[in-house]
Design a protein around this ligand. Structure first.
Ligand code: C5P
Length: 233
């Protein structure tokens, strides 16, 4: 895996033109992009095809939580589009996770990533959705379920990455969003760490959005994250 493949730029932008401009600004050095619900809802899959055709890796962040048959259909569609990563909520249970893994099999490039607990939730938020007030326990439970079902990896905050790396089978991908370069203002993220913290904790990939997309100089911001990854090797 190259350094550039480990830094996934989240295209959380309102339209395809803005996304195209950003991709052009970042240039050949940026090879991996995440397309989430905002851009997909606004523009449909055309941009995914376009990026794949341009040789980019596309993480389709579908955050699937549906019956197994529907999840399988969506994962197949992601594979047919040429996506390299797709997300499914582990709280859907083993049957959903297995359906996602099975549906991805015909697409060797496609990795199924499980979502455990969204990073905006804290311990005190869990009882209102019927869970014990420990994000950590819930993350470990769901990550274990995902690994047993054959998922390729998990999405996890930097603060959970270390524990997950110890507990999950070797080779499991740990994809970490929510990092911010040291010194940048905190935003809505409950568990903020720097890219270097995440890598040292065991993250295999970083997802970086606003720190790049909202920067006055997106290319410099992207290069700074790449430098941080290189320095942690
Ligand atoms: O915060 P940033 O703009 O870098 O977020 C990039 C991506 O990381 C978002 O698309 C979101 O899916 C994910 N994220 C997350 N938890 C957070 C913040 C962001 O999962 N607390």
């Amino acid at each position: 895996m190259t350094v550039a493949e480990r830094v996934i730029v989240a295209l959380d932008l309102p339209d395809a033109d803005g996304a195209r401009r950003l991709v052009a600004q970042l240039g050949d050095g940026a090879v991996a992009y995440k397309i989430g619900l905002q851009l997909l809802a606004a523009e449909g899959p055309a941009l995914v095809r376009e990026l794949v055709a341009a040789g980019k890796q596309v993480f389709l962040d579908l955050k699937l939580l549906e019956i197994p048959n529907s999840v399988a259909g969506a994962v197949s569609a992601a594979g047919a589009l040429g996506a390299t990563m797709v997300t499914v909520h582990a709280c859907g249970g083993s049957a959903v996770l297995r359906a996602a893994v099975d549906a991805a099999r015909p697409y060797p490039r496609l990795k199924v990533l499980a979502l455990t607990v969204i990073t905006s939730l804290r311990d005190a938020d869990l009882p209102e959705i019927g869970l014990a007030p420990s994000v950590e326990d819930q993350v470990l439970r769901l990550a274990g379920l995902a690994a047993t079902a054959g998922c390729d990896g998990v999405v996890a905050s930097a603060h959970k990455a270390r524990l997950l790396k110890q507990r999950l089978p070797a080779g499991t991908l740990i994809v970490t969003p929510g990092t911010q370069a040291a010194g940048s203002p905190r935003n809505d993220q409950a568990r903020t760490a720097t890219p270097a913290d995440a890598l040292r904790a065991g993250a295999t990939h970083l997802v970086v959005g606003r720190a790049i997309t909202q920067s006055a100089d997106p290319r410099a911001a992207f290069e700074a994250v790449l430098d941080e990854v290189r320095s942690c090797r």
